[in-house]
Write a protein that binds this ligand. Structure first.
Ligand code: ADP
Ligand code: ZN
Ligand code: ZN
Length: 818
């Protein structure tokens, strides 16, 4: 018997019977029936004696050996436990998707099968297979026959040896291969060569070319490029001097991006101090994590590179996490330039096959460095020496579906489990990491100067409140920029254009205008499925929901009162683009946001043009704030800093500060210096003030104080519990029942004062409706992670979610409460 974890939202494992003597190892994949379907599950251990009488058998064991290393298996267990997620869901998140894709189940009729004594349903299956001749997908077969589940029949036929079960096209995506010609015997002396190639000089040429090429070459190269005939190759084969081998060819889209030669950089004194501290930790058994707090442009990437180099020398491997690969091509190519084909780049743009290739190249040890977004944390590397999390504060490290892990925290966990050095780097660390560094849980390393004597840019605020009618400034604004770009910003841009320098303009809201409001009755058109106003997209002339993608033609009249007097409110990037084009007709402008970057390498292409100075003004959402390193960008303009600052979420100020600091950090990275203009109607807000004065510590201290009462992280740990259903009343009732259940549990537990758990809510979620579902939530907070964990576990095990379509989501350490 085996215990199997299934990739289903069910918080338990299942026991199956197994018909072989040998017990499959944990981490081995099996195909099992569940309800009326078959699933790929993972063996987690020997099955426990269960009370259930009819234990169903495993249909098929899919692997000869476990697909994931024990260390990763342990990490998944930790995730399942901590984030209160089913183990099968955690495993699915850690592995390439193809490995858990059940749609690749095929059955095939075996030759000369004994066809007598079959039941009628079995005969129907056989008839369909006979008709088809080739292996048939089980799901297709089931659909063709219209028979509901056909696994009982298939299992019976399998047992009788009438059909075979396979995973073709293979459970693993097809591996691309290439033919490689290899020397298999070396002729040491010239005399031997003269003899053996006496009448075949072309063979000798081919042989000696292979020698010069290091003993191997692609066959196609020898034939197409070097012009050797197949006869020559066959001749060499007949002499047992060479062999033709099928070798795996790894597909790597980043291979197309020229990495270039790495510039030889000598670390500055400050960098070297940090590097030494990190390298020192490589030799410790259980190194403490590091927070590397380095201002923008202080050269954190070089620090990572030097640390990685040292780890590789020691035979160790490394993981580098970056927020989003597409947005950080410069960082990625710097790693590629230094470590070349040691690097596997893992990102969301990869096809399933490419992702699987990367996985194999890492598990086989062919590549020793994984660079990627959050899921690269699961790179199957052995002897892990370093985990780097760049821009550790970034929200994209949180997975937004189960298991809702935070890769930054997992990096610390995995490093602890493997003894690796963990480096969390940022100019604006999360308050959690900053607090950990201050309380001695992390080492605190700092880089306080920009490399090469460059200074942080000067930041100025443009107060949007002063543009009253009639003021001198307002006149200017209305001349050019239509009230969107202030006169100060317009003239700053003009200056840069004259000097052939570059400008970055940030507005963290896409579309043309974020809502359309009727001037007669005040109505704002909302999404049918969400409590969100619809954003007007001018290019498509449609209104679109940014959450569920519902869209409709832009209205000409108010849907409520039929007035034609509609106003387009809430500035978006599309509108800023139009205004910028009108204001600076000769400038070359590119917009970068979700709408302009849907193509696979769209980001790359835009950024390449900026790098080649084909673009004067790069305009975009938060996408343009991260990691870009362009020395000719001397001006950053924030069109409106207030977007997001009033969101009903405890991290709204933190995110605003981080975004402003990050984007400001794009200016003045070269010798030319830089300037930042922030337009805002909240010039006195502490997040904006701190960004103006580059004062991270000031911001952090103030923000931490704000989080003390009511208590929010980093003072407490939180779990957000969200219930949703298509019915508003049912949702409210379920949330109330869940909260009541948990309140009682907490009362019954007599949890001591210092570990007190506070339950807040229930209440409608700030976004009350999403994708057609009503949402209510309540949350727990406590200084004690273990107590809060126990409480949620108790809820999951003990509280019965009312019937109907009610979903319960557990979000531990949420990054937002929306
Ligand atoms: P950060 O990630 O801290 O914002 P980067 O790592 O992007 O900073 O470095 C900023 C710039 O400084 C890059 O162009 C990088 O090549 C350069 N740089 C970093 N270290 C050195 C060094 N020791 N000598 C010269 N240039 C350096
Ligand atoms: Zn109206
Ligand atoms: Zn919607």
């Amino acid at each position: 018997m085996v215990d199997v974890a299934l990739p289903l939202p069910i918080h338990r494992t299942f026991t199956y019977r197994i018909n072989t003597e040998s017990q499959p190892q944990p981490g081995t994949r099996v195909l099992v029936p569940f309800r009326r379907q078959e699933h790929i599950g993972w063996v987690v251990g020997p099955g426990s004696k269960s009370k259930i009488k009819q234990i169903r058998p495993v249909i098929s064991i899919l692997d000869d050996s476990p697909q994931l290393p024990k260390e990763l298996f342990d990490l998944c267990r930790w995730i399942a436990e901590y984030y209160v997620a089913p183990l099968g869901i955690a495993l699915r998140a850690a592995l390439p998707a193809v490995l858990s894709d059940v749609s690749r189940n095929y059955v095939r009729l075996l030759a000369d099968a004994p066809l007598n004594k079959l039941r009628s349903r079995e005969q129907r299956v056989i008839a369909a297979l006979e008709n088809h001749r080739k292996p048939l997908r089980v799901s297709t077969l089931r659909r063709q026959l219209g028979m509901g589940s056909i696994w009982p029949e298939i299992r019976s036929l399998l047992a009788q040896g009438v059909v075979g079960h396979e995973m073709v096209p293979p459970a693993k995506p097809p591996v691309k291969t290439k033919k490689v010609l290899r020397l298999i015997d070396r002729l040491a002396t010239l005399q031997a060569r003269d003899e053996i190639f006496f009448r075949t000089p072309r063979q000798r040429e081919a042989y000696e070319l292979l020698e010069r090429l290091g003993g191997a070459s692609e066959l196609i190269y020898m034939i197409k490029e070097e012009g050797f005939s197949r006869g020559v190759i066959r001749g060499l084969e007949a002499k047992d001097l060479v062999g033709v081998f099928e070798e795996e060819q790894l597909r790597d889209p980043f291979a197309n991006i020229s990495a270039g030669k790495p510039p030889v950089l000598v670390p500055t004194k400050d960098q070297q101090k940090v590097i030494n501290a990190l390298i020192g930790a490589l030799d410790e058994d259980e190194p403490m994590p590091f927070l590397l707090q380095g201002i923008t442009g202080s050269g954190k990437t070089l620090v990572y590179i030097e640390l990685l180099r040292e780890a590789l020398i020691r035979g160790q491997s490394a993981i580098v996490l970056v927020p989003e690969i597409a947005l950080t091509p410069q960082t990625v190519s710097r790693f590629r330039a230094h470590f070349d084909d040691q690097v596997a780049v893992v990102h969301s743009g990869l096809s399933e096959g490419e992702r699987y290739d990367a996985w194999r190249s890492l598990i086989s040890g062919q590549r020793r460095i994984a660079v990627g977004a959050r899921s690269a944390l699961f790179a199957p590397l052995s002897n892990l020496g370093v985990i780097v999390v760049d821009e550790e504060h970034d929200g994209s490290y949180k997975q937004s579906e189960a298991p809702r892990y935070l890769a930054r925290d997992l990096a610390v966990v995995r490093a602890r489990q493997t003894g690796a050095v963990c480096v969390l780097g940022s100019a604006t660390p999360s308050l959690e990491s900053w607090t950990n560094a201050r309380t001695g849980k992390f080492h605190h390393l700092k880089l306080t100067k920009r490399v090469g004597g460059a200074r942080l840019p000067e930041v100025h605020v443009v107060d949007l409140r002063v543009k009253k009618r009639g003021s001198a400034d307002a006149a200017l604004i209305n001349d050019r920029g239509g009230g969107v770009l202030s006169s100060g910003l317009v003239s700053a841009i003009d200056t840069r254009l004259e000097r052939a320098e570059q400008v970055i303009l940030l507005l963290n809201r896409r579309g043309y205008s974020s809502f359309i409001q009727c001037r007669e009755c005040g109505d704002v058109e909302q999404c049918l499925n969400c409590s969100i106003s619809l954003t007007y997209h001018r290019a498509e002339r449609r209104i679109i929901c940014h959450h569920c993608r519902y869209d409709a033609p832009a209205p000409e009249r108010c849907p409520r009162c039929a007035s034609r007097d509609l106003s387009y409110r809430g500035l978006g990037t599309e509108q800023v683009e139009r205004i910028t084009v009108e204001t600076f007709p000769s400038a070359r402008i590119a917009r970068m946001d979700v709408d302009t970057t849907s193509g696979k390498w769209a980001h790359q292409r835009i950024l390449e043009r900026v790098g080649k100075r084909d673009i004067d003004i790069l305009l975009g959402t938060q996408m343009i704030a991260k990691g870009l390193d362009f020395p000719r960008v001397t001006l950053v303009g924030v069109v409106n800093a207030d977007v997001g600052i009033h969101l009903p979420d405890f991290r709204a100020s933190e995110r605003t500060f981080q975004l402003l600091s990050q984007v400001a950090g794009r200016a003045g990275r070269g010798k030319l210096g830089g300037e930042v203009l922030i337009q805002t109607s909240l010039p006195n807000h502490y997040a904006i003030q701190a960004a103006v004065s580059h004062d991270f510590e000031g911001f952090a201290k103030r923000e931490v104080a704000v989080r003390e009462n009511p208590r929010y992280p980093p003072y407490v740990r939180m779990v957000n519990i969200i219930l949703s259903s298509p019915d508003q009343r049912v949702t409210a009732k379920s949330a109330e029942a869940g909260a009541a259940w948990l309140r009682k549990w907490l009362r019954d537990q007599n949890i001591e004062e210092s570990r007190v758990v506070e339950l807040v809510g229930p209440a409608p979620a700030p976004i009350e409706r999403l994708h057609g579902r009503w949402r209510w939530h309540f949350f727990l907070r406590s200084p004690s992670p273990s107590t809060i964990g126990r409480a949620v576990r108790a809820l999951i095990d003990g509280f019965k979610v009312p019937g109907g379509d009610v979903r319960l989501v557990i979000d531990r350490d949420p990054i937002a409460l929306l």
